[in-house]
Design a protein around this ligand. Structure first.
Ligand code: PEP
Ligand code: MG
Length: 762
């Protein structure tokens, strides 16, 4: 082996080359075949093989090889602790031997041809802390592989792990589509909103996104070809117009690029291939996306940066044609009676578009359990799975799926018996909900008579609110950004006034706490894009509205006017990290108030509260409480900022613990600081909707809790079983624990002692 071939830049280059090639594979066998061929080549060794764990048999299957007997591929396997492979897997460490046969764990495999090879280097393939398999290289010569070689194989294996995991899932799914595999596919994500949803898939694809185009059959290929040709002609015209505009202004070589684009689109280029696929039965958008993406992948494999750039041109042309096709189709989506929305992301506007009662479930490929989509889904009571990164969703249109929002999994066309079980679970859940809802009218009072004010979080239209908000003593958080998110422009002051009025009237005389616009982070307005490297640490919440006082003033004026004659408005400011932000926002509010009075509206100055969502506000809770009328803790953000865990990132979702001792101590400090200043404190993050957490928060002294409406009745029924003293005792107990898991276990134990049945998931 040439040592410099794996050192420094060239090692990186080989790695990239292999990864790029692997990305083009259609399924697991092809992925593994590429890996063994390329690794053997790059390491210039005689054998490369890969063993993959089959979870059903719990054995490492010899899946692919270059150098050993290929006829054994897939046909023999090793038990978990068998042979050198089992040994590598168990120790989760590389094993580098100059003479494999003399190792006590060595097991000779009959007929493999292995006897020719002396040295052995095996490295585990680890994905999310689990061993997926083992990658092995062997050579004739009796010598240890050197450090560079070992480093190369370890790096290779780390890079390939995710691709292998993904290929495993997609592979099993494509087998399903071909009818050659079991008629079921199960994909895992993160629990987003509890419940079981069964229905037909509707794919949510953002405009001109080639990767999100659903694959569909077409009924009339010739009509589809005509649509495609018209779209191409339109793009050709645009290219010609740009060329015309630029001629004389740029050099002729640059103009030639436009001719190249035109040719690329022509019948001898992309168009010919796309039309061929349409005639094979795919619809135009699907055929286009397949052809363009395949070309882009090929170009990405090229070493030459100039040629790789041409891949970007093709992608761009493809997007333009797709945009034309989509503009022409402009179909209004028809939603099946039980609909499951699946997409890379699910915008709030799409959720709102599905007729009420038809939305059976949601699956988002990106995001995590505390993304706003998940919170919205919980508010609507729609079972949801987030972060389903391995789901080949574009192939699922109109398929029947089960969304298991308790466990965070999606089942595609499950077998009949399993489906029947899920249907039973849906019925059982409905009955349970009705039982709990029947006690919704009971007062939120604990065993010893201690009252707890239980409020709802809202943001959807009042129809939902009225039906779901029964039993609430008001609104603890109205996320005003939601009406902004589902529009195509900023709502006017008058439009806002009407929305707020509806909300205030629906609950009057009970209080409604309206949060001023909280955009940024994972909430982008389509008409006010904020593009940042680190959106959660960037321009969000109060930072945006203080920079745009016109938006803030219009909003609070609308709130004030909406409260005329009702007097139940409270205003709350998000993302406060400096007292000056509070002071400035309050000054604007006072200004709006005097303007509204001058206009002749009979309104009262509402109480103004601060949301405690960042660690800085925890440490300044006392100062903030003295200035404000109330504090409300947003535990969703506070948890992400205290633990440095992006609430939207599925990869670190296992580290997002609202029961982390650091979060609990912060919560205790905030309520104490508020009370010392003589002000009330509430919690309006998702934590408040967890029955065990609610008990803990009451024990800490929180005066009110605000939660998604579906959680309200359950939280109330749990709090009604305990006394305030018992809750405080639980706080004393868990505040001595060091680990989030122990905290959760202690709380659950306490609930069980009192006979509370716990549900999986949230
Ligand atoms: C929070 O951060 O806890 C909160 C209630 O606000 P949001 O989830 O809308 O960011
Ligand atoms: Mg927040």
């Amino acid at each position: 082996m040439a040592p410099e071939s794996t050192g420094g830049n060239s090692m990186l280059k080989s790695l990239r080359g292999i990864v790029q090639e692997v990305v083009t594979a259609r399924d697991l066998p092809e992925t593994l075949a590429i890996i063994v061929r390329r690794v053997r080549e790059e390491m210039d060794t005689q054998v490369c093989s890969v063993y993959i764990l089959d979870p059903k048999t719990d054995r490492y299957v010899f899946m692919a090889t270059e150098g050993l007997n290929k006829t054994l591929e897939g046909s023999f396997s090793l038990a978990r602790d068998e042979g050198l492979v089992g040994y590598v897997a168990r120790r989760e460490e590389p094993l580098n031997l100059e003479d494999a046969a003399s190792h006590p764990k060595f097991k000779f495999i009959e007929g493999s041809g292995e006897e020719l090879f002396r040295s052995f280097l095996g490295v585990p393939i680890l994905h999310h802390r689990e061993v997926l398999g083992v990658l092995v290289v062997q050579q004739r010569e009796r010598r240890r592989f050197d450090e560079d070689e070992e480093a190369f194989l370890v790096t290779m294996s780390a890079q390939l792990a995710a691709l292998i995991a993904h290929a495993g899932l997609v592979g099993s799914y494509s087998a399903l589509r071909r009818g050659t595999g079991p008629r079921s596919g199960e994909f895992h994500g993160i629990a987003g909103a509890p419940g079981i949803g069964i229905g037909q898939v509707v794919i949510v694809s953002p405009p001109a996104d080639l990767k999100a185009v659903p694959q569909r059959a077409c009924e009339d290929p010739e009509a589809e070809v005509a649509l495609f040709q018209a779209a191409v002609a339109q793009v050709q015209e645009e290219i010609a117009a740009t060329r015309q505009e630029l001629s004389g202004r740029v050099r002729p070589e640059e103009l030639a690029l436009f001719d190249a684009y035109s040719m690329l689109l022509g019948d001898h280029g992309l168009s010919g291939e796309v039309i061929e696929r349409i005639r094979e039965g795919n619809w135009a958008q699907g055929a286009l996306s397949q052809v363009v993406l395949a070309h882009v992948r090929t170009f990405d494999l090229m070493d030459d940066p100039y040629i790789r750039e041409r891949g970007a041109d093709i992608r761009d042309l493809g997007r333009r044609v797709l945009a034309q096709l989509q503009a022409g189709a402009r179909e209004t989506t028809t939603y099946p009676p039980m609909c499951i929305l699946i997409g890379e992301e699910i915008p709030a506007a799409v959720m709102a578009d599905v007729p009420r009662g038809s939305l059976a479930g949601i699956v988002s490929v990106s995001g995590s359990g505390n993304s706003h989509v998940a919170i919205l889904a919980r508010a609507m009571g729609v079972p949801t799975v987030m972060g389903a990164v391995d789901l080949p969703f574009t192939a699922l249109e109109r398929e029947e799926v089960v969304v298991d929002g308790h466990e965070g999994r999606v089942l595609v066309n499950p077998p009949a018996e399993l489906m029947a079980q899920f249907r039973e679970m849906v019925v059982a859940e409905r009955i349970e909900e009705q039982e709990i809802a029947a006690s919704a009218h009971l007062p939120g009072v604990m065993q010893d008579g201690h009252p707890v004010s239980l409020l709802v979080n809202t943001g959807l239209n009042s129809e939902w609110v009225r039906s779901l908000g029964r039993g609430a003593e008001g609104v603890g958080l109205f996320r005003t950004e939601i009406p902004f998110l589902i529009r195509e422009r900023f709502p006017t002051e008058e439009e806002q006034r009407l929305i707020y009025r509806e909300q205030l009237e629906a609950f009057a005389p009970r209080p409604v706490t309206m949060r001023t616009l909280d955009i940024g982070g994972d909430k982008a307005l389509p008409y006010f894009p904020i593009e940042e490297e680190n959106p959660f640490l960037g321009w969000r919440g109060i930072r945006v509205t203080l920079d745009h006082p016109e938006i803030f003033l219009a909003q609070v004026r609308a709130m004030l006017k909406a409260s005329a004659g009702l007097g139940n408005l409270r205003v709350m400011l998000p993302m406060i990290s400096n007292v000056s932000e509070f002071d400035e926002a309050r000054a604007l509010l006072v200004r709006a108030y005097s303007e509204v009075l001058e206009e002749g509206w009979a309104v009262r100055m509402p109480p103004v509260g601060v949301m405690v969502e960042v660690p800085a506000a925890v440490y300044q809770a006392g100062v903030l409480a003295r200035r404000a009328d109330f504090l409300s803790v947003g535990t969703n953000d506070l948890t992400q900022y205290l633990l440095a865990v992006d609430r939207n990132n599925a990869r670190v979702a296992n580290l997002y613990h609202a029961f982390h001792p650091a979060v609990l101590h912060a919560l205790m400090d905030v309520v104490d600081a508020a009370h010392r200043a003589g002000k009330p404190a509430s919690v309006c993050g998702e934590l408040a909707g967890d029955p065990g957490a609610a008990l803990l928060l009451v024990g800490m002294g929180y005066d009110s809790l605000s939660m998604s409406a579906p959680n309200l009745a359950r939280v109330k029924s749990v709090l009604r079983r305990f006394t305030r003293g018992q809750a405080a005792e639980l706080v004393r107990k868990v505040s001595r624990l060091d680990d989030a898991r122990d905290v959760r276990a202690a709380i659950e134990d306490r609930l069980r002692q009192e006979g509370v049945a716990l549900r999986p998931g949230r």
